[in-house]
Design a protein. Structure first.
Lengths: 253, 253
DNA sequence: CGCCTGTTTGAGAAGACTCAAAACGGGTGG
DNA sequence: CCACCCGTTTTGAGTCTTCTCAAACAGGCG
């Protein structure tokens, strides 16, 4: 089953037409190797993406070279927010590990808004979730020390993985380098290393190669003020699927 | 004229039905005094808002008291992203100065997505703009020093004010306290004060009470890597409502 | 085996913070 | 009209987190 349809179905009871519209977004398939850049900030690119397998991240770099990672994209994610507003993408999209993505032209999302407006609203709600999660990270960068920043990133990733895998424990494979973590939470790789070590020594996390375990989730939540933004998404404000009033239907067509 | 309709009309040629749908969002009117809290994070509130006059900001606070300001909301802005995803708002909405807002129930936005899907797409694109602007601030917090952070905030505010007032110079009224600035860029109020002084001494900004002037915009852009995300918004990917000259479908310059 | 990327460790420097207190300014009440 | 008050801005001194520079170590791959 399509990973995007699966995720959306968890939030909303999809009609057949809606399900079809989603599946059409995933018609194509493209493999991307670890480290490969799918789209580069500033380059012309008229595509959105659905992630089918693997992690990607979106980032931007300053002329001087420092990089900031804004978001990680997991299977079932729609990657559109960083280039819906302009002709050229604002962020660079890079594969963290080997991935499969479905690119589709932007206009197809426009058509989906017209043909399945309730899905449009759902995408809006999911954009709001991403926005608020980013605000949480901003709060971490602005007001937490290194340990808190790293801890809140681990909690966030764990929460998002849990959405896709309900039977997910407190231990997971983290394909990020310490450099990636540093570029995401605004520290240097050297300091990230010290912080991870410190968290481990305090018994808050466990590490084994690239496996990470949240040994004391309560303490991590306590030190970061973490809120899970992904567990529940409200869709009650979306209009029912019912046909539109004929008057407006005419006006639109 | 409704400030929201005016702003959207700058991005898209609105049909009569679309314009009506927007105006309906602004049916009610509520005055909010300086410092007053419109909606508190966590409280039940089933409303979105259109800003008609004045500035507001959305923020969150940690149990320990530190606050982070995520966004400023100007006349013509739709304030919905911070609570579209949940029943309860994720952020606290506070008036920076005396304001007039139009609250409307969330379900009305759902209806708008159904009845004017092209506007739904436009709201999605504008959400993307807010998202990317927030990413820019995240980059500033993660990778710039105090002076760069404050400078990029001033540039961002100036860019957004320019959208509403095309004949806007490099000098503007900034109703924020240094505490507000500090809570937005993740510094202490003491350090913001020193940074503002330093920027002034270096001839990059000018201050006179709460009037701020960007004396050397080029240097500010150079030191921050600032990109104006608000000047142009691409709406070409939205489905057409009716046949229109192709020239208008392209990104509005 | 050597190379490259990523991780770990050390020592000193720098930016930002804390604490503290003084100066300022607009609004209020006497 | 003045004195007072509170929120805000400004200034100083000392401290601490994080950065920088540097180098050693580990592991996977050709």
């Amino acid at each position: 089953m399509s990973p995007l349809a699966k995720r959306l179905a968890a939030y909303l009871d999809l009609t057949v037409a809606e399900r079809d519209a989603i599946v059409r977004l995933e018609a194509r398939e493209r493999r991307v190797g670890r480290g490969e850049v799918l789209a580069h900030a500033g380059d012309r690119a008229d595509q959105f993406y659905v992630v089918r397998a693997g992690w990607l991240h979106s980032s931007a770099a300053r002329p001087s070279g420092e990089r900031q990672i804004f978001a990680f994209h997991f299977p079932g994610d729609l990657v559109s927010l960083s280039n819906a507003g302009w002709v050229d993408p604002a962020h660079t999209l890079t594969a963290v590990e080997d991935c499969i993505v479905s690119p589709f032209p932007k206009s197809q999302l426009g058509a989906l808004f017209a043909q399945a407006p309730r899905l449009g609203g759902l995408f809006y709600a999911l954009a709001a979730v991403d926005y608020v999660a980013l605000c949480d990270r901003l709060l971490a960068l602005g007001r937490l020390d290194g340990a808190g920043r790293v801890a809140s990133l681990l909690l966030e990733i764990s929460s998002r993985l849990r959405v896709a895998q309900p039977h997910f424990g407190e231990r997971f494979h983290l394909p990020l380098t310490q450099i990636d973590i540093a570029d995401c939470v605004g520290l240097t790789k050297v300091h990230v290393n010290r912080v991870l070590r410190e968290l481990e020594e305090r018994g808050l996390i466990a590490r084994e190669g690239r496996l990470v375990g949240l040994s004391d989730r309560d303490a991590l939540v306590e030190m970061t003020g973490f809120v899970d933004r992904y567990a529940v998404v409200a869709t009650d404000w979306l209009a029912a699927t019912a046909p539109r009033p004929p008057s407006l239907q005419a006006a639109i067509q």
